[in-house]
Design a protein around this ligand. Structure first.
Ligand code: G2I
Length: 460
């Protein structure tokens, strides 16, 4: 069995099919890759173009639109990350206390998995969209209910979420730099870190994010979030990423220091993600604003991806502002072309080659791995590092313990599911600069591989 890698969809079919068949055929793989090296076409979809620098391009998805053929056609073609727009919120997943309802969210997760996309979970703890029973709680009862909610939902989706918005919109607007007043805040200032600790315990494989709006430039609110993240990092509270919603319009344009603000958070040692991007407007003004946002992410190594908050203008929570990349008929807007061209224009590659330790001299490539395992399953991330020559293709062999099986892979094409499994590069990460590196991952059931992977290559 082979796996469909997430970012292959939408690529030039002829060449890619040849490359994949080359790997499956084993012995002819190296010559096939040499013949193919240097022939990469400009990527033709948002997901593939973002993938060329190791980033994702995502969208918010509504479960009730999964029967709309135009909507699904664009989703399947363009996006490599999916955020349920409303279906993972507290009112949707726990409408009555201790009674969980996952049907709509599960449909989205299963659709995402089917197209090889990953999922951002949104959102575990938030003052808004709480079910009525939560709104009526306070104090210890609310704190316990919140922690139980985080634990239950994160456990249900354990191993299937790339990143969770653990806490959403917990800071006040304006110049106070204070926490937003809410029933959750009134349970004690430590409610945010309590939520993060519960999420980590429930799903050690998900990245844990704090997500907010009006934090896109440096201001009193983003300074307060910055101080919280700095404090969490210094005290070992588990936080991996900060989400910048990036809802923009004429009253709230893309800030001039957008990139600098992303960078200062990145410098704290967290990933930064653009989580709910939309920009009201039209034509070249809108297209230029989208390009600035995309360029900022590409220039910040730790900016791992961009999610737009819906597909067509008519799908938007503020449809009147036509803030998205596709028009109501599903046609590509100027903003789409601008985003695609900006993604194709490059940026820093991710992860940075500068942070890659040099491989042992003489080795054409090395593969190192890290694993998050839980009872019955695991996620393994493999880093492939080139030696003193650039690679034009690579392949990594992993031996799974008996009874274990690979269920999905990303950023690589897998062959086999048990025993000796081989993972080959996909088109956008075939080339690795001398001393540079690239990462791929896979998920499985059973226990995780413990032996170091082996790496074989062809050189440019
Ligand atoms: O408001 C834009 C976003 C701001 N950041 C957090 C996001 O979660 C938020 O998303 C929006 C959704 O796009 C809307 O679709 O959150 C809204 C609620 O706060 C969502 O609107 C709700 C309506 O208020 C409900 O009446 C409706 O039942 O959508 C629900 C489902 O269609």
């Amino acid at each position: 069995m082979t796996f469909e890698p997430a970012r292959e969809r939408g690529r030039t079919p002829g060449r890619m099919r040849s490359a994949v068949l080359g790997v499956a055929a084993g012995a002819v793989a190296v010559s096939a890759f040499i013949a193919l090296s240097g022939t990469a076409d400009a990527a033709s979809t948002l997901g593939a173009s973002a993938g060329a620098s190791g980033r994702y391009f995502g969208t918010a998805v509504a479960a009730n639109k999964l029967s709309d053929a135009t909507y699904v056609g664009i989703l399947d073609r363009e996006f490599t990350m999916v955020t349920p727009e409303n279906e993972m919120k507290w009112d949707a997943t726990e409408p009555n206390q201790d009674s969980f309802s996952y049907a709509d969210a599960d449909r989205i997760v299963s659709h995402a998995t089917g197209i090889g996309a990953r999922v951002r979970g949104h959102a575990l703890a938030w003052h808004s969209q709480q079910p009525g029973w939560v709104q009526n709680l306070s104090g210890t009862a609310l704190r316990s209910a919140m922690l139980n909610h985080v634990t239950q939902v994160a456990t249900h989706y354990r191993g299937r979420i790339y990143a969770w918005d653990v806490v959403n919109e917990a800071f006040a607007d304006g110049g106070s730099g204070a926490r937003r007043d809410s029933n959750l805040q009134r349970t004690g200032n430590d409610w945010i870190e309590a939520a993060f600790r519960a999420a980590r315990a429930a799903d050690p494989t998900a990245k844990l994010c704090y997500n907010d709006y009006n934090t896109d430039g440096q201001n009193a609110k983003s300074n307060a979030v910055y101080a919280m993240v700095q404090d969490f990092k210094s005290r070992g509270v588990p936080i991996d990423c900060v989400g910048f919603q990036s809802h923009f319009n004429a009253q709230s344009p893309v800030p001039g220091d957008y990139q600098a603000n992303l960078q200062r958070f990145a410098n704290l040692g967290v990933e930064v993600q653009i989580t709910e991007l939309d920009i009201e407007g039209s034509g070249s003004t809108q297209a230029d604003a989208f390009a600035r946002v995309v360029q900022a992410c590409l220039h910040v190594t730790a900016c791992t991806g961009i999610t737009v908050w819906g597909i067509r203008d008519t799908d938007s929570w503020r449809a009147g502002g036509t803030p998205l990349l596709f028009d109501g008929n599903g046609g590509k807007k100027a903003a789409y072309t601008s985003v695609l061209n900006t993604l194709d224009g490059g940026g820093t590659s991710n992860p940075p080659s500068s942070s890659t330790p040099p491989p042992p001299s003489g080795a054409a490539c090395t593969a190192t791995f890290s694993t998050n395992a839980w009872s019955g399953g695991f996620v393994t991330t493999v880093k492939v590092t080139a030696g003193s020559s650039a690679l034009s293709s690579w392949s990594v062999g992993v031996t799974l313990p008996g009874g274990s099986a690979v269920t999905s892979a990303w950023n690589a094409q897998g062959t086999g599911t048990s025993g000796a499994v081989q993972f080959a590069n996909v088109s956008y990460n075939a080339r690795v600069a001398a001393g540079g590196s690239t990462e791929f991952g896979f998920q499985g059931t059973g226990s995780a591989p413990s032996a170091a992977p082996t790496c074989t290559v062809s050189l440019t």
